[in-house]
Design a protein around this ligand. Structure first.
Ligand SMILES: C[S@@+](CC[C@H](N)C(=O)[O-])C[C@H]1O[C@@H](n2cnc3c(N)ncnc32)[C@H](O)[C@@H]1O
Length: 411
């Protein structure tokens, strides 16, 4: 029998279509079965009873269940066994059978008597992490968690060398969230950590750029020289150029790339050159900035819809694609982006088309950052208040009764 202090030989078992026998249908089986099923094993459970979750796996046809106690011969044809009954004598007998049949067997009640140990496992983006510490499963789990988390958030650098060699350059269009560096997605953070070139907008999590290693080229999208082309064309050209040079490029945008972010124009420009682009959604300021300022965009019995509109052109501007008279007739929440400049004309238009002048309005500047500030007004007073308080972009403007439902400072 192997002594516990001897090092185990780590290996990845390919169990697809191979018989695995699980003895006992309790918590241990419940924890281990999903991975065995995911590996495609032909699982036979032998146990007089099983937990509700194990029964659900049986009902889903993911394994076979014989409702009885262990008996000699159950390991016939098995490649691997999990011995976890509540009967020590049965566990002993099953271990002896496994030894005799040369079937690798895990023992939940006696690691020293087992011929195999289950590592703490985790997966992130195609990497399987398996950790064994011998006698300390909690330590194994802690090491596993640290590695998986590091892979997920990119703090553990693990570039895809093989994938990179096979393709020349790749681009990820990453929504960086509203500004707080903690509000980027896990995938966005990881891609940022793997980037050679980052082309970043003014808005979004700029603090993350300072954390990038020195070899990463960080390009401010606003400063790309564009000569006779439009700024967006110059950004598209820069993306194509760096991707064609074989770089891992991240186009880091504020909020979500497809909410007033011109993200699809960049995807299209890359597609014209045959360059694929991974899109990573982001937390849009249109929902998150009101949220952190204590304003829900919907609320039961208050607002059953919310509409997000751009206010970058005034309502009477022929370029405006928004139907402001229709927006004025809606009863729910109206969220405006890029509207600080035109809020006077917008508020006046909404009131003229029927939205009550006393409708609550909140303006949240630089939401989720240390400089966040909120101003409260009504449609009638908002333009004057914004001017008097010196509100500047970026700001999200929320119009509707949801503005007053949350607790305010001092409430
Ligand atoms: C060009 S749009 C991009 C929106 C972005 N794609 C998103 O989903 O949040 C820029 C506008 O978003 C809003 N915005 C973005 N980040 C903000 C923040 N942290 N605080 C307030 N408003 C913000 C402002 O209205 C700003 O003018």
């Amino acid at each position: 029998m192997a002594r516990i202090e001897q090092a185990a030989y780590p290996v990845g078992l390919r169990l697809a279509g191979r018989r695995v026998v699980v003895l006992g249908g309790g918590q241990v089986a419940q924890r281990r079965l999903p991975a065995l099923i995911a590996a495609g094993a032909d699982v036979l459970l032998v146990s007089p009873s099983a937990t509700a979750s194990v029964e659900a796996m049986v009902d889903a046809g993911e394994l076979r269940w014989e409702r009885r106690r262990y008996r000699d011969g159950d390991l016939d044809g098995a490649w691997y066994a999990l011995i976890s009954t509540d009967d020590p004598a049965a566990n002993e007998a099953a271990s002896a059978e496994a030894e005799a049949r040369r079937v690798w067997a895990v023992r939940s009640d006696d690691a020293g008597a087992a011929t195999a140990w289950t590592p703490a496992t985790g997966r992130s983006e195609g990497v399987t992490v398996a950790v064994l510490t011998g006698q300390d499963p909690r330590r194994s789990a802690a090491v596993r968690d640290a590695i998986v988390e590091g892979l997920r958030d990119g703090s553990l650098a693990a570039p895809h060398y093989r994938a990179r060699a096979a393709s020349d350059g790749r681009v990820a269009l990453v929504g960086g969230g509203p500004g707080d560096p903690d509000l980027i997605t896990v995938r966005g953070r990881r891609l940022l950590a793997e980037a050679d070139v980052v082309i970043a907008d003014r808005l979004g999590p700029r603090d993350l750029l300072a954390e990038l290693p020195p070899h990463v080229e960080v390009i401010d999208a606003a400063k790309i020289p564009y000569g006779r082309a439009m700024a967006q064309e110059a950004i598209n050209a820069a993306l194509v150029e760096h991707a064609k040079a074989g770089k891992a490029v991240v186009r880091l945008k504020g909020g979500d790339p497809f909410v007033f972010g011109r993200g699809m124009e960049e995807v299209q420009a890359l597609a014209e050159h045959g360059i694929p682009c991974t899109v990573v959604p982001g937390i849009s300021s249109s929902i998150s900035v009101p949220g952190v300022a204590g304003i829900p965009v919907t609320h039961r019995a208050v607002a059953h819809e919310f509409t997000v509109a751009s206010g970058h052109v005034a309502p009477d501007d022929p370029r405006s694609l928004a139907d402001w008279s229709a927006l004025a007739r809606l009863r729910g929440t109206l969220v405006l982006l890029m509207a600080v400049e035109n809020i006077g004309a917008i508020a006046e238009t909404l009131v003229r088309h029927g939205r009550p002048a006393g409708t609550p309005v909140a303006v949240v500047q630089e939401g989720t950052t240390a400089a966040q500030r909120r101003l409260d007004a009504t449609l009638e007073t908002v333009a004057e208040r914004v001017r008097a308080e010196g509100i500047r972009p970026p700001a999200v403007i929320v119009i509707g009764d949801v503005v007053t439902v949350g607790p305010r400072d001092g409430d």
